[in-house]
Design a protein around this ligand. Structure first.
Ligand SMILES: Nc1ncnc2c1ncn2[C@@H]1O[C@H](COP(=O)(O)OP(=O)(O)OP(=O)(O)O)[C@@H](O)[C@H]1O
Ligand SMILES: [Mg+2]
Length: 449
């Protein structure tokens, strides 16, 4: 039934009731009922009252309906922003999803999201934008003078609404020189810190209302934590990449570069021996060179295996470690036993997983280098507080206190890697008693690392 029909019913039904009541009363008690004129007055009064009442009820219903629709729109936007933003940890993707959703929900002509850059002394950098003219978006990402009042919103800690962009230096030209705009800018904060700001702009002919300003503020207050997580993730990702590069550079320097240098010198010597017809000595040098080349080849293959060990975020740490151990064993011929995984699945951050796997790789490399003829055992144990990996070998062992401070990087780097995750490395070894390394990474601290 349509609202119009309902409205008619609310007026016609009381009126019809009065008419029927009047007719029945008149037919039964004609002598007592006053003349018809009185009835007409009552009818007019009843119809007017019914009309006024229904107008009041239906206007209230329409207002409530508008409010519910607005609330649903707001919830749908917040939901869309939360869903899309949580699907990725890539800072630019997250910022782009937020900007796109806000622009669509407000049918805005332009929107942008700027973040406070730590490296550049707190300068605001535009991380995502859509529909903005080029004078607002600099190639280097800095916002410059047209900051759409982001700095002011952050300084005030509240939403800033500009009714006419020509009245604000920061918003002038937000929709191009020719189109005067109107903007809303809301600060984004997380854990009490200023993260950045989000702004939307429309032509002045379609001003934003109070609900829309509140909607932008609600989005801004919801996305602070998500953006901060993505920022932290990209930072730890960059650190992990840097560490990997340093490791590869060191491996190339210590391994391949040294070997090539040695072979170069040896070739000169062999050349000299051949010129002097010292065949036996030349052959001995060549055999030594062949041995070193073979060693270098194996080391290089080992490095490639290490680099190819999957470090996929969300993948199983247990599987990555077991597969690496199996490959190591197949390549080196060292008997290795994966003793299994006790407790819950290991839930570490991707960067902590990288550190843990690199520690295990260095421990195995040490077994190969310093513990010939040994066997290796590896086990993993995890609970909701920490992940612990133990690597044991029954090789010759060594005195940890006697390791020279310079020229030995492996154990030191392993320690630093464990500590960078908030965890620790315990080295237990004695000459003649094998070596046991225990790495512990706390789950919570690793997520903040
Ligand atoms: N599993 C092991 N068994 C026996 N000795 C070991 C073992 N691990 C380490 N060591 C001893 O500890 C020393 C220091 O190890 P570390 O990994 O720091 O340096 P490295 O392996 O000699 O050189 P690199 O800097 O290439 O790692 C080694 O030189 C070796 O004497
Ligand atoms: Mg080493």
């Amino acid at each position: 039934m349509s609202r119009r029909t309902l409205r008619w019913i609310t007026v016609v039904v009381p009126t019809a009731f009065v008419v029927v009541f009047e007719l029945v009363t008149r037919s039964l008690y004609d002598d007592f009922v006053p003349a018809w004129g009185h009835t007409v007055v009552i009818l007019a009064a009843v119809s007017t009252a019914a009309f006024a009442f229904s107008t009041f009820v239906f206007t209230s219903m329409a207002r409530l309906e508008r409010e519910i629709r607005e609330r649903n729109r707001r919830l749908a936007l917040l939901n869309a922003v939360a869903t899309e933003a949580s699907e990725s940890l890539d800072l630019e993707e997250v910022a782009a999803a937020i900007t796109r959703n806000v622009r669509q929900a407000l049918a805005a002509s332009a929107a942008g999201l700027a973040l406070v850059s730590e490296e550049e002394g707190g300068e605001l950098r535009l991380v995502a934008h859509s529909g903005l003219p080029s004078q607002v978006t600099h190639a280097n990402g800095s916002l410059g003078p047209y900051d759409c009042e982001c700095s002011r919103a952050l300084a005030l800690g509240q939403t800033v609404v500009i009714a006419d962009s020509r009245e604000s230096e920061g918003c002038a030209g937000v929709l191009g020189e020719r189109t005067p705009g109107t903007c809303i800018t809301a600060p984004i904060r997380s854990k009490g810190n200023n993260i950045g700001a989000i702004f939307v702009a429309r032509p002045r002919s379609r001003p934003f209302d109070h609900d829309e300003a509140e909607l932008v503020a609600a989005v801004a207050s919801q996305v602070g934590a998500v953006l901060q997580n993505a920022q932290l993730f990209s930072k730890t990702g960059a650190i992990a990449v840097l560490q990997e590069r340093q490791r590869v550079a060191r491996e190339v320097h210590d391994g391949l570069a040294q070997t090539l240098g040695y072979l170069n010198v040896q070739m000169g010597i062999v050349d000299h021996r051949l010129a002097n017809e010292e065949w036996a000595k030349a052959q001995a040098e060549l055999e030594a060179m062949a041995h070193v080349t073979r060693e270098a080849y194996h080391d290089l293959r080992q490095s490639i295996t290490d680099l190819r060990t999957p470090l996929s975020p969300g993948g199983s740490l247990r599987r990555a470690l077991r597969e690496h151990l199996e490959r190591f064993s197949a390549q080196t011929g060292i008997p290795c036993t994966f003793e299994g995984h006790k407790g819950t699945p290991a839930m570490l951050s991707p960067s902590a997983e990288v550190q843990l796997i690199r520690i295990v790789q260095e421990a195995l490399t040490n077994v190969k280098k310093h513990s010939s003829g040994a066997q290796v055992w590896l086990n993993v144990e995890a609970n909701d507080r920490h992940v612990r990996v133990v690597i044991r070998d029954d090789g010759p062992g060594f005195d940890p206190a006697g390791v020279p401070k310079s020229g030995r990087f492996g154990l030191q780097t392993m320690k630093e890697r464990a500590e960078s995750t908030g965890g620790s490395l315990v080295i237990d070894s004695r000459p003649g008693a094998g070596t046991r390394l225990e790495v512990t990474v706390p789950v919570e601290a690793s997520k903040a690392a």
